[in-house]
Design a protein around this ligand. Structure first.
Ligand code: MEV
Length: 322
């Protein structure tokens, strides 16, 4: 690679993307209910593109080599890159694409969507073209569709947003303005979850017992409406209750596992106003709502002591709404 690097031109284009958290509404959103997601700036992705003669090379912590031979976990990303090159009328050659990510993959933090968004941005920047949000989302969603089968589109949208997002499939998303500061902790159970499998498992339940499962999905939708009201007016205690109620439904849908439940119940026992899984579940992360900033730091420390692999105290501030 160093020999190739010697032949590069000066031009290095960059695209960056932050991560996302689902506050409430995951899984139900795939079936037409609303969800609320938060941009999560504490981890993110940087993609760079530079001119290197030869076939397109991809360089990431998972894989290093020609883009045509990527492992299946990166095939969606390769599809997005190909579609973007085609869209930009760039020949599919002479590029070195590097991906650096601080987002742990398979943890419900939108790692694959962030990589796709950062890559599409870097390719537009490489040709010196502005992108519209629609272009960005359409091209990045190619990777999401390959990776997850039937994504709702909430991950990519939130990753391109600076504000909490109110999302419903096939509706124009809107943004939520929190009326207060909310102190959350995200804690990683340490196990990798698979979004595609989790989404398919809920779809299978829905096929087997449509009335029963539809009721649960609609209940999550109602709780999501209440959570919006909590963010905008009713405040954190009420939000905590809604998160706990949503977790009950997610557990009954079979997407919360023992490792997640352990962290969730521990956080509540230690005074969290609410706690639930975030993202697709069955592995991945939890989100807990702390009472205030001091409590958030204490709770983060305790979650680490009981085995969370990583913890991120995170404030959703009233300045975060558009
Ligand atoms: C994944 O972050 C959220 C899910 O609802 C899937 C999706 O909306 O595409 C589980």
């Amino acid at each position: 690679m160093s020999a190739e690097k010697a032949t590069t031109t000066e031009k290095i284009a960059k695209g960056i993307a932050h991560s996302k958290l689902i506050l409430i509404g995951e899984h139900a959103v795939v079936h037409g209910q609303p969800a609320i997601a938060l941009p999560f700036p504490l981890v993110g992705v940087e993609a760079t593109v530079e001119h290197v003669p030869g076939s397109i090379q991809l360089d990431s912590s998972f894989y290093h080599g020609p883009m045509t031979s990527v492992p299946s976990s990166l095939k969606g990303i390769a599809n997005s890159v190909e579609a973007t090159l085609d869209y930009l009328k760039l020949p599919a050659k002479d590029l070195l694409i590097q991906i650096k990510s601080s987002i742990p993959p398979g943890k419900g933090l939108g790692s694959s969507a962030s990589v796709a968004i950062a890559l599409v941005k870097s390719l537009f920047s490489y040709v010196g073209k502005q992108y519209s949000k629609t272009e960005l989302l359409n091209l990045a969603n190619i990777a999401e569709t390959y990776n997850h089968g039937a994504p709702s589109g909430i991950d990519t949208l939130t990753i391109t947003s600076g504000s909490p997002v109110w999302f419903e499939k096939e509706h124009t998303a809107c943004f939520i303005k929190p009326s207060d500061d909310f102190h959350f902790i995200v804690a990683d159970s340490g196990r990798i979850g698979d979004t595609r499998t989790a989404v398919e498992s809920v779809a299978n339940l829905l096929k087997k017992a449509p009335r029963k499962i539809q009721r649960k999905i609609e209940r999550i939708g109602e709780l999501t409406f209440q959570a919006k009201h909590a963010l905008e007016e009713a405040g954190k205690s009420f939000l905590g209750q809604m998160l706990n109620e949503a977790q009950k439904e997610l557990e009954s849908l079979g997407v919360s596992d023992a490792g997640l439940n352990r962290l969730i119940y521990f956080a509540r026992q230690e005074g969290a106003l609410g706690a639930k899984l975030t993202g697709a579940g069955n592995g991945g992360c939890i989100i807990a709502l702390a009472q205030n900033e001091v409590h958030s730091r204490q709770l983060a420390e305790k979650l680490k002591q009981v085995g969370a692999q990583a913890v991120w105290p995170f404030v959703l501030s009233k300045q975060d709404g558009e």
